[in-house]
Design a protein around this ligand. Structure first.
Ligand SMILES: *Cc1c(COP(=O)(O)O)cnc(C)c1O
Length: 393
C-alpha cells in the first residue's frame, strides 16, 4: 500500500509498517545488535550498498527503520533518523552542518541544552553562535555573516511561547545558502510541518508529544533533501547517538494516538487558558490559541492548532509560584511535556533557578511565570485542581 497518499491519522497507524515472516500485526522488536550474512558475497554487497539489508544496529535496524519511515512520512520528508534522545538529534545536526570557523544563528529562547551545548562544547571547536530573537525577521537578517551556516529555530519557544515565521525565515536563510533546522517538538507534525514551510530539517524530542506517554526518551531528524539525509545519517552512525530497537517499538506504539491525544489536550488547553485569563490572581496568559497572543495571526497561518502548552504569570511573583507548586494535586510537579498527564513547572524556582534573576528577566522568565503542559484528563478536574491551588496563594 502506498501510505504516502493516506491522510495524517492513517499514516500514524500504517506508515513505516513492513510485512514480517510471521504476519505480526504490529511492528516487531528486532532486539539484536548484529545481523548474520548469508555468505561472504552477501556481506560484501551489504557493505558496498549493492544490496539493501541490515548489518549492525547502530547503522540500521528493522524496528528503528520502521519508525524512521513513519516519521519521514508524517513530516513529508524523504528520510528520517531516529536517535537516542532529542539532544542526540540536536548535537548530531550541529555536528553534521558546522565546522571550525562557522557561525550558527539560534533562537535565544531555545530549549536550554540546545543553547548550552553550543557554549560549552561547540565553542571549543571554534564554532561561533549568535542567540537572537528570531521572531523578528530583521534581527535574523542583521545577524547573518559570511560564515553563517545554520539557522536553528524553535517555535513556539519554551516557556515564553513566541513564534518564528518559518516560511519567511527559511526564504531569507536560503538566499544566503544557510541550512534551516526547526525544533518541532512543541507542535509535532500533527500541528506544524516545517519542511512544508521551507525548512531543511525538522527536529524532535520524541520524548514529548510523539511518544506521548512519558515512558521513554528519544529524538529524530527528518529532511526532504537526500544529500542532507546522507550527511545526517553518516554523522549519527559515527557519533553513535542511535536509538535502541525497544525504544523505537515504544515510540511506534505511542505515536499511533498522536492526533487523538493532541486533539483532547488542545481542546482542554483552550478552556484552561480562558479560565486562567479570567482569574484575578493571574497577571497574563500566553497561549497561541488566545486572541491576546501577539502572534495569534501567525499561529493561525503556520500551525494547525494552538497546542497544549500554556505559560502564565502570577501576580504574586516568586512566592505565589512556589505556593501553587506545593498545592496542585492532580498536576504533576515535573519538567517535560506532551504526555497524557498534566504537568506543571515554575521555572524561576526549578528549571531556571540556576540563572541570576536579571538573566532570567532578560529571557522574559519572570518570577511569577508558570509553565503548564495540559494532559488528557477530564478538563473539569484539571481546572478544579488549578483553581483550588490558586486559592491557596
Ligand atoms: C525535551 C526537549 C528537547 C531535548 O530532548 P530530550 O529527549 O530530552 O533529549 C529538545 N527540544 C525541546 C523543545 C524539548 O522540549
Amino acid at each position: 500500500m502506498d501510505t504516502k497518499k493516506l491522510g495524517f491519522d492513517s499514516k500514524l497507524i500504517h506508515s513505516g509498517d513492513f510485512e514480517d515472516a510471521m504476519g505480526s500485526a504490529v511492528t516487531p522488536i528486532y532486539q539484536t545488535s548484529t545481523f548474520a550474512f548469508r555468505n561472504a558475497k552477501h556481506g560484501a554487497d551489504l557493505f558496498a550498498g549493492r544490496e539493501k539489508g541490515f548489518i549492525y544496529t547502530r547503522i540500521g535496524n528493522p524496528t528503528i527503520e520502521a519508525l524512521e519511515n513513519k516519521l519521514a512520512e508524517l513530516e513529508n520528508g524523504c528520510g528520517g533518523i531516529a536517535l537516542a534522545s532529542g539532544m542526540a538529534a540536536v548535537t548530531t545536526a550541529y555536528m553534521a552542518f558546522l565546522a571550525s570557523g562557522d557561525h550558527i544563528i539560534c533562537t535565544s529562547a531555545v530549549y536550554g541544552p540546545s543553547r548550552g551545548v553550543l557554549d560549552s562544547h561547540f565553542a571549543k571547536f571554534g564554532v561561533e553562535a549568535s542567540f537572537i530573537d528570531t521572531s523578528k525577521l530583521e534581527e535574523i537578517e542583521r545577524s547573518i555573516k559570511p560564515n553563517t551556516k545554520v539557522l536553528y529555530l524553535e517555535t513556539p519557544t519554551n516557556p515564553t511561547i513566541e513564534l518564528t515565521d518559518i516560511k519567511k525565515a527559511s526564504e531569507l536563510a536560503h538566499k544566503h545558502g544557510i541550512i534551516v533546522v526547526v525544533d518541532n517538538t512543541f507542535c509535532s507534525p500533527y500541528l506544524q510541518r516545517p519542511l512544508d514551510l521551507g525548512a531543511d530539517v525538522a527536529l524532535h524530542s520524541l520524548t514529548k508529544f510523539i511518544n506521548g506517554h512519558a515512558d521513554i526518551v528519544g529524538g529524530a531528524l527528518v529532511t526532504k533533501d537526500p544529500e542532507i539525509y546522507q550527511k545526517l545519517r553518516k554523522t549519527m552512525v559515527y557519533m553513535g547517538g542511535n536509538m535502541d530497537p525497544h525504544q523505537a517499538y515504544m515510540v511506534i506504539r505511542g505515536v499511533k494516538t498522536l492526533s487523538l491525544r493532541i486533539d483532547r489536550a488542545q481542546e482542554s488547553s483552550v478552556i484552561v487558558a480562558e479560565f486562567l485569563e479570567n482569574h484575578p490572581k493571574v497577571e497574563w496568559v500566553k497561549y497561541p490559541g488566545l486572541k491576546s497572543h501577539p502572534q495569534f495571526d501567525l499561529a493561525q497561518e503556520q500551525m494547525d492548532g494552538p497546542g497544549a502548552m500554556i505559560s502564565f504569570g502570577l501576580k504574586g511573583g516568586y512566592d505565589a509560584g512556589v505556593t501553587l507548586m506545593n498545592n496542585v494535586k492532580l498536576a504533576l510537579l515535573a519538567v517535560s511535556l506532551g504526555g497524557v498527564e498534566t504537568l506543571i513547572q515554575h521555572p524561576a524556582s526549578m528549571t531556571h533557578a540556576g540563572l541570576p534573576k536579571e538573566a532570567r528577566e532578560e529571557a522574559d522568565i519572570t518570577d511569577g511565570l508558570v509553565r503548564f503542559a495540559v494532559g488528557i484528563e477530564n478538563v473539569e478536574d484539571i481546572i478544579a485542581d488549578i483553581e483550588q491551588a490558586l486559592e491557596k496563594i
